[in-house]
Write a protein that binds this ligand. Structure first.
Ligand code: SME
Length: 160
């Protein structure tokens, strides 16, 4: 049984250190990428507060295809360059969006989403997936969240 938990007032730096520690333990020795994505999505959901969606899209040819996630059912295919996820994939760069309504081309999968963080997972110079976090709170994510999820993406690059 796994029981990952943090006090609500845990500072972000400590929160992401713990997330990385738990993530490394969860994927250790497991070669199945789908299983690892599923557990990593669940771990984000458990340890990062105020989210309404957390999960993966995988690069398949020139589009992103929905992967393991926690949250409401979401759009399945996103062409590179479309929406926040497609921007992260085509630019190979983290997208920190304080107000999704102000992001041209944002794809609304859950009407409750107000802010979003998308981080590319890069292996051997190629974007193999993105990690997408949505929040119902405007301006929910900052550079500490981006750094933390980028560290998780570096781990994911070796195990998904
Ligand atoms: N909002 C994303 C689509 C994926 S959902 O948020 C789960 C986008 O604009 O790419």
């Amino acid at each position: 049984m796994y029981d990952f938990n943090l006090a609500p007032d845990t500072p972000k730096a400590e929160r992401y250190d713990y997330l990385l520690q738990c993530a490394s333990a969860l994927v250790d020795g497991e070669p199945d990428g789908v299983a690892n994505m599923a557990n990593l999505a669940s771990l984000i959901w458990q340890l990062v507060p105020d989210l309404n969606w957390a999960g993966f899209y995988r690069s398949v040819e020139d589009e992103l295809v929905l992967g393991p996630f926690v949250g409401k059912p979401a759009c399945i295919r996103i062409p590179f360059g479309r929406g926040v996820c497609g921007a992260a994939a085509s630019q190979a760069a983290t997208q920190l969006v304080p107000d999704v309504h102000a992001f041209e081309g944002h794809i609304a999968c859950d009407a409750a989403s107000r802010s979003e963080l998308v981080v590319p997972v890069i292996r051997e110079g190629k974007v193999i997936a993105v990690i997408d976090l949505d929040s119902p709170e405007p301006n929910r994510f900052d550079s500490e969240d981006a750094d933390g999820i980028e560290r998780l993406a570096a781990l994911a690059a070796s195990c998904i």
